[in-house]
Design a protein around this ligand. Structure first.
Ligand SMILES: Nc1ncnc2c1ncn2[C@@H]1O[C@H](COP(=O)(O)OP(=O)(O)O)[C@@H](O)[C@H]1O
Ligand SMILES: [Mg+2]
Length: 221
């Protein structure tokens, strides 16, 4: 490929863990290093995918089958990948994404007890071998993180019972042990301490990425 590839960075965690807060810090760090990037989120990130998000998360009278939810997430993801994420990476930009497929395994897999092998099949179908390069998991006891968002208007997912979020957190922790791309950040600490860790992790990755870019461009000279 002629253009160097960007880097795909995702942030994960239960509601109130601090994803939005730390996406902001990631972007500040990239601004400072003059790294080109886009900031996006899942489900969503395109006009159509945001409509699917709204459809999925709206509270409604009818009960929503877990499989419906799963297929909606992957439909939105396909649109997001094809029209936003892949083109940005191909242009050499970093993609900073608030949630991605780890959330699908954690919420629909571990949270809703849907079949993990089926999720893996859909993942392969939609993503091929594309995976995030770096995943920051903001780990916090859901009892604490739900307390942080008390007073916020809760969507359909956020209205689940505490046991659901405990399963989700444990699902994330299982995946974090399984895949070396994960960095676990203890998000029960102060905002400043968490942001400092996030910044250090991103700065280190920026340094490695710039080095790799430089040696790749020397190879083609
Ligand atoms: N480490 C932290 N300690 C205390 N409060 C936090 C911390 N991180 C985030 N918050 C606060 O908790 C709330 C939820 O944070 P937010 O970043 O929106 O979480 P998320 O995007 O993961 O749902 C916000 O009011 C934010 O200011
Ligand atoms: Mg958020």
């Amino acid at each position: 490929m002629s253009s160097p590839n960007g880097l795909f960075l995702t942030l994960e965690g239960t509601e109130g863990a601090g994803k939005s807060t730390n996406v902001f810090r990631v972007c500040q760090t990239l601004d400072h290093a003059r790294i080109p990037y886009i900031r996006t989120r899942e489900p969503g990130g395109t006009e159509m995918a945001e409509e699917i998000r709204e459809c999925m998360l709206r509270s409604r009278q009818e009960s929503v089958a877990g499989l419906t939810e799963l297929l909606l997430v992957f439909a939105a993801r396909t649109q997001h990948l094809e029209t936003v994420i892949k083109p940005a990476l191909a242009e050499g930009k970093w993609v900073v994404c608030d949630r991605f497929t780890d959330a699908t395994f954690a919420y629909q897999g571990f949270g809703r007890n849907l079949n993990l092998a089926q999720i893996t099949t859909l993942e392969g179908w939609v993503q091929g071998d594309l995976q995030p390069d770096l995943t920051l998991f903001l780990d916090v006891d859901p009892v604490l993180s739900m307390e942080r968002i008390r007073g916020r208007q809760l969507d359909r997912m956020e209205q689940e019972e505490m046991d659901f979020f405990i399963r989700v957190r444990n699902g994330y922790l299982r995946r974090a042990k399984q895949f070396p791309r994960f960095k676990i950040v203890d998000a029960s600490r102060s905002i400043e301490a968490v942001q400092q860790d996030v910044q250090s992790i991103v700065e280190l990755r920026v340094t490695h990425w710039l080095k790799a870019q430089k040696s790749a461009s020397q190879d083609t000279e």
